[in-house]
Design a protein around this ligand. Structure first.
Ligand code: C2E
Ligand code: CA
Ligand code: CA
Ligand code: CA
Length: 274
């Protein structure tokens, strides 16, 4: 089964990582990587299921380490969170995006989604960073903050979520249906968007139990009037299943793989034209 194989390979990678790099050298490597331009911002198109048009992108961080090559985000993001290094990485993503804004679409419905770790919500740090980096930018596209839950979110962070929403930013719960991103967040955080984890998309037509969860999350989101994004759409069958059930936004290799931010304008020109 794919998720289990993925989990195992991540786990071995993680153990190898722990064996080869101690805590100090890991934080040093991230700091060095930032100064040595080893990090890159990639983006993946988000597709409006009704029109088939791209109406946004999700920003995804990439790290090409001089010694170890490509390091997957599923490996370095959790470690960065644990070493309190996630905020500088998020600031890097914000800065790079602001630098590329002139080349990105400026239509009212185009939005940019960024992944923000829950730890970045403490002491309103994310608000401070948006104030310094994002809000001064002009023109300013609509921002969606995707909140990934690795550790349960403390109650006090609710107010930060509310502040983001009051300033026009949409808040999405990432990987919905897995881990800590539980039903209780629907009530405490009032998210604008749910992102259905890719294991549920992969279950369509293959795994009866997870496919039932997929259907339940779809109807839950619809009843609560929360926008729904399905991740990991890889086949035409999955796309049409999700479209028929009214899922708002589709994302996955079926439409486009993540690409460097620089490559997106050319991809968009070709995609919207065809
Ligand atoms: P995520 O936020 O759930 O991002 C979606 C992941 O699914 C990405 O993996 C993307 O490349 C992958 N993906 C997209 N379409 C498909 C598909 O059709 N099939 C499959 N199998 N996978 C697909 P990626 O880029 O490796 O990122 C992994 C995770 O690392 C992200 O999961 C996110 O939690 C975290 N991450 C990435 N960039 C950042 C960042 O800038 N900040 C933070 N805090 N986390 C990040
Ligand atoms: Ca995400
Ligand atoms: Ca996700
Ligand atoms: Ca994920």
């Amino acid at each position: 089964q794919l998720p289990l194989a993925l989990l195992l390979s991540l786990l071995t990678g993680y153990i190898v990582w722990l064996a080869t790099a101690n805590r100090m050298s890991f934080s040093w490597q991230i700091g060095y990587g930032l100064s040595a331009h080893e990090f890159m911002v990639y983006c993946q198109p988000l597709i409006d299921s009704r029109t088939g048009n791209c109406d946004g992108i999700e920003l995804l961080l990439r790290w090409h380490n001089s010694r170890q090559g490509w390091i997957p985000p599923d490996l370095f993001i959790p470690l960065a969170e644990r070493h309190n290094l996630i905020a500088p990485l998020t600031r890097f993503v914000l800065n790079e995006t602001v630098r590329h804004l002139p080349q990105l679409p400026h239509t009212a419905d185009f939005h940019i989604a960024i992944n923000v770790a829950a730890s970045h919500f403490h002491n309103q740090a994310i608000i401070d960073d948006l104030q310094k980096i994002w809000w001064p930018a002009n023109p300013l596209p609509r921002l969606v903050v995707e909140l990934t839950e690795r550790d349960a979110l403390p109650l006090m962070d609710q107010s930060v979520v509310a502040q983001l929403q009051q300033s026009g930013i949409r808040v999405a719960i990432d990987d919905f249906g897995t881990g800590h991103s539980s039903l209780s967040y629907l009530k405490t955080l009032s998210p604008d968007v749910l992102k259905l984890d890719k294991i549920f998309t992969a279950a369509i037509g293959t795994d009866a139990i997870n496919a039932t969860v997929t259907d339940m999350v779809i109807s839950l989101a619809q009843r609560l009037h929360i926008r729904l994004v399905a991740e990991g759409v890889e086949t035409a069958e999955q796309a049409s299943y999700l479209r028929q059930r009214g899922v708002d936004t589709l994302q996955g290799y079926y439409y486009a793989r993540p690409m460097p931010l620089e490559a997106f304008p050319a991809w968009l020109a070709q995609h919207q034209a065809s």
